[in-house]
Design a protein around this ligand. Structure first.
Ligand SMILES: [Zn+2]
Length: 175
């Protein structure tokens, strides 16, 4: 049974490789460090891959099929060697309604998190894709004029997840 090898590429140029069965076939989420490792994975007897528990928290934005006319944006974890995001452009499309809603004004999801006084950076879990990323207070210089997050009843931060590129709202809570 034939399989193909696909490539995903991270923002820093790092590539990982995965297995896809013949035309229209299944895309496996397990990734490999090299093309050869993916190619040589025993055909017709692919093991049952199990998602590593840290895959979602460590996912990053990647391009599936870099340089191809049919490339698309998805997500993967380089340390868990796992394709976490959409596996084809149809799955990409089905994520999009979450972004905008049918009428374009869906309420953003909110992360409320205790943030110690003087925090210059916070680790936030994206409520949409569950990637965990560090966000620096200096990203919002007009709010965080002292370089740290502020607690205030009327301060919220609009955050764009770097893994899934969707937006959510962060509200720091006092300890
Ligand atoms: Zn996300």
């Amino acid at each position: 049974m034939a399989h193909n090898v696909f490539t995903v590429q991270f923002a820093d140029g790092k590539q990982l490789f995965g297995i896809k069965e013949g035309i229209g076939g299944q895309v496996y989420r397990q990734l490999f460090e090299t093309f050869d490792a993916a190619w040589e994975c025993p055909r017709g007897s692919l093991p049952e891959f199990v998602e590593p528990s840290n895959a979602l928290a460590t996912q990053e934005a990647v391009v599936y099929g870099p340089g191809e006319s049919w490339d698309f944006d998805t997500r993967a974890s380089r340390c868990a060697l796992w394709l976490t995001g959409p596996r084809d452009s149809d799955e990409c499309e089905s994520e999009r309604p979450l972004d905008f809603g049918i009428y374009g004004a869906e309420e953003l999801q909110e992360v409320r998190q205790v943030t110690p006084d003087g925090s210059a950076a916070v680790e936030l879990e994206c409520p949409l894709c569950r990637a965990v990323e560090v966000h620096s207070a200096s990203t919002w210089p007009f709010i965080n004029t002292d370089g740290v997050f502020v607690h205030s009843a009327d301060v919220t931060y609009g955050v764009t997840c770097r893994a899934c590129r969707r937006d959510f709202v962060f509200t720091p809570l006092a300890e």
